[in-house]
Design a protein around this ligand. Structure first.
Ligand code: ZN
Length: 134
């Protein structure tokens, strides 16, 4: 497995439109995409910061993963995503090193990426995502 870069940082927000205003008006970043990911019950907004992106996540369902996260912990950093060269191999290699996975096989994420999450119990509380373009 080779990690190429931090692909994005996922931030859970209660109100996507307000959060977009903050990133645009205060931080002078540009929202270049808004996308719903039905699978994860979220609406997402993306900003580029160099090679890395900020992914804002608003829940579309209180029972979805982001809805539950905000209820438990409030708004804030939700996960960190690493771009890997081969996602199947990265997940398998990580599992073989004794790390529990949330996703045994990759699923579809925003921006056409294939994504898989590691279990935060084995990653010092940081929900960790691998993603890959193919
Ligand atoms: Zn993500």
């Amino acid at each position: 497995m080779r990690i190429e870069r931090i692909e994005h940082i996922g931030i859970a927000v209660s109100n996507l439109d307000e959060a977009i205003r903050f990133y645009e008006k205060v931080l002078n970043l540009t929202c270049y995409a808004i996308e719903a990911v039905a699978d994860q019950k979220v609406r997402t907004a993306f900003f580029k910061v160099g090679e890395t992106k900020i992914e804002l996540l608003e829940s579309t369902d209180p029972e979805g993963p982001i809805g539950k996260f905000i209820e438990k912990k409030g708004e804030g950093i939700h996960h960190i995503a690493f771009a890997v060269d081969n996602i199947e191999q990265a997940l398998a290699e990580t599992e073989s090193k004794g790390v529990k996975l949330i996703d045994q096989t990759p699923r579809n994420g925003a921006e056409g990426l294939r994504i898989g999450f590691l279990h935060p119990k084995n990653t010092m509380g940081v929900l960790t995502e691998f993603c890959s373009g193919k």
